[in-house]
Design a protein around this ligand. Sequence first.
Ligand code: S3P
Length: 170
Amino acid sequence: MANNIYLVGFMGTGKSAVGKEIARQLDRRFVDLDSLIEERQNRKISQIFAEDGEPYFRKVEKEVLKQTSAKRDLVVSCGGGIVLDKENIRIMKDTGTMVCLSASPEVIIARTRGYKHRPLLNVDNPEKRIKELLELRAPFYAQADYTIDTSDLSVSAVTNRILEYVEGKL
Ligand code: S3P
C-alpha cells in the first residue's frame, strides 16, 4: 500500500523540522527533496535557478519526486512549489498522504527573513512577493489531504497533530 507522508506548503512553514520529527517518531527515513536535487545536480538550488532557470528546476524536481515516490515508508519534505504541477499532486496522492503546513504571511515573512538560499525571495520586496505567491498558490495547497496552520504551534505540537491524522492510514 502507498504509505509515504509528503509534507508540502509554503517556504518557512516548517516542513523540514516537522518532517524530521515525524520520521524520528515513526522510525522512518526522512527525505528532503531539495537536498536530493542539490546532490543530483551537484550545485545549490539558487545556482540551478540562476544558471538554468525555474522551468529547468521544476523538471528536475518532478524527476526526483518520481524516483522518490517509487519507495515506501518515507517522510518526504517537498519544496514549496511542488504543488504547482498537477502530475506531482497525483503522484503524491497515489503513493501516500499529502499534508500541507500553512502559516500566516507575517509568520512566513519573519521565518524567512535573513535567509538568502531561496531564489524566489531574493527580490527587493520579499514581503510583497510572499503575499503574491501565497495568493497564487492557495488553490494548489488546498488540494492536500490535511492542512495544519503552524503559525502558533511548536514543531512537536504540529508533529503530534499530523501523527494523529495519519494514524490508521499507514
Ligand atoms: C520553492 C521553495 C524552496 C525550493 C525552491 C523553490 C518554491 O523550497 O524548492 O527555492 O517555489 O516555493 P522550501 O519550501 O523548502 O524553501
